[in-house]
Design a binder for this molecule. Sequence first.
Ligand code: PHE
Length: 341
Amino acid sequence: MTDKIDELLRRVEAFRPKAAAELEEFRVRVLGRKGELNALMEEFKRVAPEYKRELGQRINGLKTAATERINALKEQLQQSCADEGLAIGDMTRPGTAEGIGSRHPISLVRNQIVGIFSRLGYTVADGPEIEDDWHVFSALNFPPEHPARDMQDTFFIMRNPDVLLRTHTSSIQVRTMERQRPPIRVICPGRVFRNEAISARAHCIFHQVEGLFIDEGVSFADLKQSILYFAKELFGEQATIRLRPSYFPFTEPSAEVDVSCNLCGGKGCNVCKGTGWLEIMGCGMVDPNVLEANGIDPKRYSGFAFGMGVERIAMLKYGVRDLRLYFENDVRFLHQFDAAL
Ligand code: PHE
C-alpha cells in the first residue's frame, strides 16, 4: 500500500494540465468521491492495526499535498488565462463599467484661456515654481522695499531671500525675454503662491495665465483690442470691457480690466455687487525699465502684458461662490463640469 501512496503522490506532482477541464477531470479522479484517494481509504480500513499509524500519516500527507497542488494549478491556469485576456467563467456576463473621470474646472478654464490666445498667435511658455528674486521681482522693476518682497506676502524657502515660490507667472515672461528676441508673443499659465489666509475669495495657491507681447510699434490700442477679443470669446459676444487706471511696478501705464457682468447683463446683481462690472485682470504697457533689464532696447521695441487668476475667471464664468471648492475635490462639485469643454 505504501507503494500505491507514493506512486499517486508522484503522479500528482508530475501532473501538468493544459486547460482547466483537464485539471478538473484529474481532481475528480484523485480527490472525488469515487476517486483514487477514497479507494486507498477503503483499503486502509482493512490493514492490520500495527500498520495503521504509519499508513494513516502517509495517506493524510498525500491528501494535503494533492489538494494543495491542485489548488495551485488552478490558480496558475486562471492567471495565464487572465494574462491572455481571456475571461474565466461566464463570458456572457456584462463587464464592470469604468467610472469616467472629468477635467477639473480649473484645467477647463485654463485651456479655454490658452486656446483663445493661441488663436491670436500666442505660444505657451513654462517656467519653474521655485524661483529666485531676479525673475520674480528685480527684473520686473519691483523697488527693494516693495511689500511683495516681504515674508508676510511671499513664501521663502529655508528663509533664504533668494529662493522663493513665484507669486505670479510674470517670472516666465522674464525667462522668455532672456532667451528670445522680439517679436515675443507668449502666454504663461501656471500655479502661483502667496502667503494669504484661505477664505472664500483667496487661497495661498492659485492659478494664473499671464501674457506678453513685444514688437516694434505695439500700442495701448493693441492691448485694448486683444483684451476685448478675449472677453468676447470667453464670456460671449455681448461682453464689453472697461479699463480703470491702476499700478504695477512692471507696467506703465497700468490698468485693471472689468468685464460687463455676464449674470445680470450689466444691470447690477449681487455677484457684481450692483455695479454691472466684474474685475478680471491687470494689464499695461511693459515698463521701459523692464525691457532694459532684460536686454531689449526700449527705444526700438514696446509691448504689453496682462495677467489673470484662473480661479477668479472660473468663478465668474460658472457662478462659483467659494474658491475653496476648487481644492476640495468633492466629485459632486467636479461632475457638474463634465459637459463644459
Ligand atoms: N503680475 C500681476 C499679478 O500677479 C498681473 C499683471 C500681469 C498685471 C501683467 C499687469 C501686467 O497680479
